[in-house]
Design a protein around this ligand. Structure first.
Ligand SMILES: [Zn+2]
Length: 156
């Protein structure tokens, strides 16, 4: 069936998601966009000092994919440091190891990675409302536009 492991498992998102070199005005500033899974690769390999095998297992990807993500992350960080560019951490194909959701009625629950990638929740498990949204870690600005309604349909 071809490509399966599209989602990289990420257990931590950095609190600070923007770095800017001192003394450069914004209009002259170049920016490097570091994907969240690239930040996670750096965290596991370089900060926690794990072996590549362990890192790739934690992220639910193959060793070659992990190594490609790590190379890309290091290249971007080197580019930013040595060429005086800002770094913005955002986006990518990742899913949190555990994601918290909240419904319109205020119920909260957690959905593990394995469930998120196979069957993300559409209803609150307690009151069955479809008005649910993920609770995002601080610093991540996605999905802040209010309640996202999800309707079943299309697939029969
Ligand atoms: Zn509910």
């Amino acid at each position: 069936m071809g490509r399966r492991q599209l989602w990289r498992k990420v257990s931590s998102i950095p609190m600070i998601t923007y770095f800017k070199p001192a003394g450069i005005r914004m209009p002259e500033l170049d920016e490097v966009r570091l994907l969240v899974e690239e930040a996670e690769a750096i965290r596991l390999k370089d900060l926690e000092g794990l072996e590549q095998e362990e890192c790739s297992q934690k992220m639910n990807i193959s060793r070659s994919t992990f190594s490609r993500i790590l190379d890309s992350a290091r290249q971007k960080i080197a580019d930013a440091l040595l060429n005086g560019k800002a770094i913005r951490i955002e986006g990518g194909n990742f899913e949190m190891a555990v994601r918290r959701f909240r419904c319109l009625e205020g119920h909260e629950w957690e959905v593990p990675f394995e469930i998120m990638i196979s069957a993300p929740p559409e209803l609150c498990p307690r009151c069955k409302t479809p008005s649910i949204m993920p609770l995002l870690p601080p610093g991540m600005g996605w999905g802040m536009g209010g309640w996202k309604r999800r309707h079943r349909g299309g697939r029969g």
